[in-house]
Design a protein. Structure first.
Length: 388
């Protein structure tokens, strides 16, 4: 079943990549935004601080957002979460209040050359109250766009924007996540699982857990830092095997790397690799072992592999965009600043549902609840790879 899912995702990505050559209209999922009235101009709104950011709605009516993905939907992870948050907001407010368009730019090396031109096209259109994008690969294109289009608002997630290095623009709102916090819990859970002889398939004598990263960058290393610390705090003798795919797309390579870990004694893994991470989940299924999900509830999204996914670490991209746009509609969002969202702010969480309760013994769940509260209270300070 997973092979069919992966094949469908790959086929979809190939179609999107080919049709992208015809122009942005052919590659986008358009929310069919009502046209703004010509000449309508909204009064300036308080952005929540001293920054002179553009008004909350350029038309004074429907607030329009563009979500530019340097990847594609269907990753069952990061990008799907972003789309879900905007979809939920549109459903709640109605398309006459909020509407959005998704541009799927593709995530391969061959797609990279069109990311910046696509961003500039959207800026040049003047149609959108805010243009949203994420990841470190979009930081430089965003800096150029923010300078060229000072009246255009931007939201940038999952990578730190260097305001001082780029002239302190006041039209960017930057969202970071404390993925190290939720990864601490995953590491602790994995360490407890790998020594628990009551869990099917576990060899308690090996004390080996795995980590599959997409690309070796600061954000993914932030996941890794928390994961390693959580595991070592449970048992200093736990060995964390780390593998890097080199991208967030190659699920075949992700599976091969994960299989090598499982065959080397790992019985619990953690995939932080986007589409490539789906390969680890398939490997866990093949080996009747375990892989923690990431960014979306992957046990729910991949029911045929739910028995191999104890739970998922959520970086709530969707929730953070939902929150930010609501604040912007109220004129309360501060542009020119960075916010970092952790457990306390709802920026990250571990899925704790009936499936989680079925997969993990009560003693493990109780310990994870205790650790989460200690993180929230500041009694545990989680290691990070990012200056905050």
């Amino acid at each position: 079943m997973m092979k069919k899912v992966l094949a469908m995702l790959l086929a979809s990505a190939m179609v999107l990549s080919v049709t992208a050559c015809g122009g942005k209209d052919n590659t986008s999922t358009d929310a069919q935004t009502p046209a703004a009235e010509d000449g309508a101009e909204a009064p300036a709104a308080d952005a929540g601080g001293d920054s002179e950011a553009p008004a909350a709605s350029a038309s004074g009516e429907t607030y329009k957002a563009a979500l530019l993905l340097n990847g594609t939907l269907g990753d069952k992870s990061f990008y799907d979460s972003a789309n879900e948050g905007l979809t939920r907001l549109k459903d709640e407010l109605g398309a006459d209040v909020f509407d959005f368009k998704v541009e799927q730019m593709g995530g391969t090396a061959a797609d990279e050359s069109k990311w910046e031109p696509t961003l500039l096209d959207y800026c040049d259109s003047g149609e959108y109250d805010v243009i949203i994008m994420g990841t470190w690969q979009m930081a430089d294109p965003l800096a150029k766009a923010a300078e060229q289009y000072p009246d255009q608002k931007f939201m940038f997630f999952d990578e730190q924007f260097m305001f001082e290095d780029n002239g302190n623009p006041t039209n960017i709102y930057n969202i970071l996540y404390k993925q190290n916090e939720v990864s601490y819990l995953v590491g602790a859970a994995a360490a407890m699982m790998t020594t628990d002889e009551t869990i099917e398939g576990i060899d308690p004598s090996t004390k080996k857990i795995g980590f599959l990263g997409g690309m070796d960058n600061a954000v993914i290393n932030d996941f890794l830092k928390g994961y390693q610390q959580g595991a070592k705090d449970i048992d200093p003798e736990i060995e964390v095997q780390v593998s890097w795919v080199g991208d967030f797309v190659d699920s075949t390579k992700g599976k091969d790397l994960a299989l090598a870990q499982y065959q080397n004694g790992v019985d619990v893994g953690y995939n932080v690799a986007g589409n490539a991470g789906l390969g680890q989940i398939e490997a866990a299924g093949d080996m009747n072992l375990y892989a923690f999900g990431v960014d979306s509830d992957q046990a729910s999204l991949l029911p045929d592999y739910a028995k191999n996914i104890p739970t998922s670490a959520l970086k709530n991209v969707g929730n953070s965009l939902y929150r930010a746009i609501n604040l912007d509609l109220e004129g309360k969002l501060t542009y020119g600043t960075t916010e970092v969202l952790g457990f306390a702010e709802g920026g990250v969480e571990l899925v704790k549902d009936a499936h989680y309760e079925e997969m993990l013994p009560e003693n493990i769940r109780t310990k994870l609840d205790e650790l989460e509260q200690k993180i929230i209270k500041g009694e545990i300070v989680v290691d990070t790879a990012i200056e905050r």
